[in-house]
Write a protein that binds this ligand. Structure first.
Ligand code: DGJ
Length: 729
């Protein structure tokens, strides 16, 4: 049984063949954290929880034994106020104003399978045998509050998921001030914290820093997971690297405000907590009500960062993403945004689609500007009615024209927004997030619709779904281009205003669920000014995300490398765009732009009608090559070889699950005078197998490629790349 409970020692052991996660109830009934890491046998587990008497600054809740102190004990879900002085995982205000709780063991349930989290995105199983769950129920008598800690361990993935359910079983109202999804107390702080930070057009840059005493914290209070910090941290044990050593990943399945922090305390331990950002959050829990936190996915890897990433990739690709596109090859697309911006008409669109079709591209995506009177970004969001001035025959006619070219048709929406200059806003000025008597701060000339209100979300859904029903649209890009300010809802009472941001997310998730249920044959891509909401929450509804508004190939090396820490390659939109690049004005060759984009979900975002014959020949070859590589890049295992954060070069590769096919990509950013000879050592191949280099008929041993390496050809000029495609012979 993958979850064992030992009645004598009151110890829970969650395990699969490779990983153990162990917790134990101490005398007071509070669960302590015992161990998490490589699989260990049952026998000596209780001895792993070491207790020593410290000093009087760490009081003892159990006077019979002074070695028991909440301040020094590694805890599973630390509370506030009863002598643990580190940051708690939760805090609740009682009717008497106090904010102290002590929830202790009441009961537990162990079962095969994994429960769904009502209204929230989460990983899932297809058969109960794929995972086992422990529900550990704690109870605070004084508050009448039940706190259920949910743990699921997967059989086939080295992942443990955690979330928490609060239930008010008392007669009075309670207020959650903090309700994080997990706490893990590591017994040492000999780790680096790795996280992904950035900004618009420069998302998910890998950051590493040694843990130091005190709090190291990342998060978002912008109403979305954000460009600035991704909801992910990893602890990398001293000495661990890309391929070796202990790495612990924490990824939060949520798209709104979050916090992820590590606190190193006086005895050198490190507490990781993660969950909804408690800043400007509270939640009233009436008697009989429950509150479910979002899920956090914890991955342990004994094989360094690469092992951690591959676990996240497989788990998220197969048991977080859903729908028919989860397992389907994604189409090569051309998007008109950087080609035309708002300045297009039906003929122009048809011309780009025709050029795309002739080059073998499979899907045309019409971006912003097709509705209302939207000739720039100052109007019309919320008026989801086709602009007949640009498209006189309506969408239907345009879709027909594009489909006649043997291209599928996709459409852009930004449904969560409203322009002050729109009919929707004029009719319903109170439908946006706002606070009475305060300015409504605009971002890109727009306000955010209050998706915490059912009638608002339903009206938007009706407009969007009418359009989707009106024509054979097979792809939707769901954009979201600003962060929240003046967060408040006209529909909530004063004591619930701090619930608005989370209620917004619940409203959004409800709409997305409805959307993918009604339109199972549409491929949805999420976007938030590029990668401002590249998170596991959105991936549960939409299996791919527009990685960044920065389409420059060189910038993308770092952005895509950083994104690959957690997210599967099949989730990353990557397009070839024109030069000089619109974001950084760099001129990378068409070949290099192609190789970088082929390392993600491939597409083009430029005016294909402007290509010369020579460029068309290159693009035709790229499209053909990507079609040959697509099953490998979208469904294979991903290995990082050289980090663009550590030097002038970047490299990565893909290996099919059975090891029979591989593709390696190498990039050098700046030319180096008289450079040393470079070799690239590959990973993940079968050492005993032989591989032919496609197109060259040269055969290499897997051992040769991994241990001796592959010669990097001479590359001339800046921003160069090379790709090798191997097949087992
Ligand atoms: C931001 C997106 O990231 C872009 O790709 C594009 O769709 C624009 N919005 C359109 O306004």
């Amino acid at each position: 049984m993958p979850i064992q409970y030992d009645k004598d020692t009151r110890l829970f052991h969650l395990s699969n063949d490779r990983v153990s996660y162990v917790l134990q109830l101490v005398e007071t009934g509070v669960p302590a954290h015992v161990y998490w890491g490589r699989h260990v046998r049952e026998g000596q587990l209780p001895e792993l929880l070491r207790r020593v008497e410290r000093n009087s600054s760490s009081p003892n809740p159990y006077p019979e034994d002074r070695s028991l102190s909440y301040d020094t004990l590694p805890l599973e879900y630390p509370a506030y106020g009863t002598s643990d002085f580190r940051h708690p995982a939760y805090q609740v205000q009682l009717p008497n104003g106090s904010t102290i709780t002590e929830a202790v063991y009441r009961t537990h349930r162990i079962y095969a399978g994994k429960p769904q989290l009502q209204g929230l995105p989460a990983t899932y199983v297809e058969h109960d045998g794929e995972a086992h769950t422990l529900e550990l129920e704690l109870f605070d008598e004084t508050a009448g509050l039940a706190i259920t800690l949910l743990y699921t361990i997967f059989e086939g993935h080295d992942a443990v998921t955690r979330s928490v359910r609060f239930a008010n079983e008392g007669a009075s109202e309670l207020k959650l001030l903090r309700a994080l999804s997990l706490g893990v107390d590591f017994r040492s702080s000999d780790y680096e914290m790795l996280h992904l930070a950035g900004t618009w057009a420069n998302e998910r840059q890998v950051q590493r820093r040694r843990l130091t005493p005190g709090l190291q914290s990342i998060g978002s209070s912008r109403g979305s997971s954000s460009h600035i910090h991704n909801p992910f941290v990893a602890l990398v044990r001293d000495g661990a690297d890309e391929d070796h050593g202990d790495v612990y990943g924490f990824s939060f399945v949520y798209s709104g405000n979050f916090v992820a922090q590590v606190e190193v305390e006086q005895y050198g331990t490190a507490r990781v907590t993660m969950g909804i950002n408690p800043f400007d959050f509270s939640w009233l829990l009436e008697p009989g009500e429950t509150f479910q936190t979002p899920e956090a996915v914890m991955v342990y890897s004994a094989d360094g960062l690469g092992g951690m990433s591959r676990t996240y990739h497989r788990l998220y690709r197969t048991r977080l993403c859903r729908g028919e596109f989860r397992d389907k090859s994604r189409p090569i697309l051309v998007n008109n945004w950087e080609a035309t911006y708002f300045d297009f008409n039906a003929d122009k669109i048809e011309a780009i689609a025709k050029a795309g079709s002739e080059l073998g591209i499979e899907l045309f995506v019409l971006d912003d500007g097709w509705f209302g009177r939207r000739n720039d970004d100052t109007s019309s969001l919320g008026d989801w009615v086709v602009d007949r001035a640009k498209l006189p025959g309506g969408l239907e006619e345009l879709v027909d024209r594009v489909r006649a070219l043997d291209m599928q048709f996709g459409l852009w929406f930004e449904p969560e927004m409203v322009s002050p200059d729109s009919d929707l806003y004029r009719q319903h000025p109170d439908w946006c997030l706002h606070v009475p008597d305060r300015r409504r701060t605009e971002g890109r000339g727009q306000l955010i619709l209050d998706f915490s209100r059912t009638e608002v979300a339903d009206t938007v859904y009706a407009m969007v779904s009418d359009i989707l029903r009106s024509a054979p649209i097979t792809y939707v890009k769901w954009d979201m281009n600003r962060n929240m300010s003046e967060i408040g809802s006209a529909a909530l009472p004063p004591q619930r205003q701090r619930e608005t941001a989370h209620r917004y997310m619940l409203g959004l998730y409800r709409v997305l669920e409805q959307l993918i249920t009604e339109f199972p044959h549409i491929l949805f891509e999420s976007c938030s000014g590029g990668g401002g909401r590249f998170d596991p929450g959105m991936l549960h509804y939409m299996p791919q995300t527009w990685t960044s508004d920065n389409t420059d190939a060189v910038s993308r090396l770092k952005i895509q490398y950083g994104t690959s820490m957690v997210y599967p390659i099949s989730a990353m939109g990557a397009h070839v765009s024109e030069i000089p690049n619109h974001q950084v004005h760099r001129n990378a060759s068409l070949e290099t732009r192609g190789l970088v984009a082929m390392s993600g979900n491939f597409g083009y975002e430029l005016d294909l009608t402007k290509f010369t014959e020579q460029e068309k020949t290159i693009v035709r070859a790229q499209v053909e090559q990507y079609k040959a590589l697509r099953p490998l890049t979208q469904f294979g295992d991903f290995y990082r070889l050289l980090s663009p954060f550590e030097g002038n070069e970047a490299a990565w590769m893909f290996v099919s699950e059975d090891g029979s096919e591989a593709a390696a990509f190498f990039f050098r950013v700046l030319a180096v005078p008289n450079p040393p000879l470079s070799w690239l050592r590959l990973k993940g191949l079968l050492p005993e197998a032989n591989y032919v280099l496609v197109g060259e008929d040269r055969v290499f041993g897997g051992d040769h490629l991994m241990y001796a390496g592959l010669q990097v050809p001479e590359l001339r000029g800046d921003y160069q790349g090379h790709m090798w495609h191997f097949k087992r012979v």
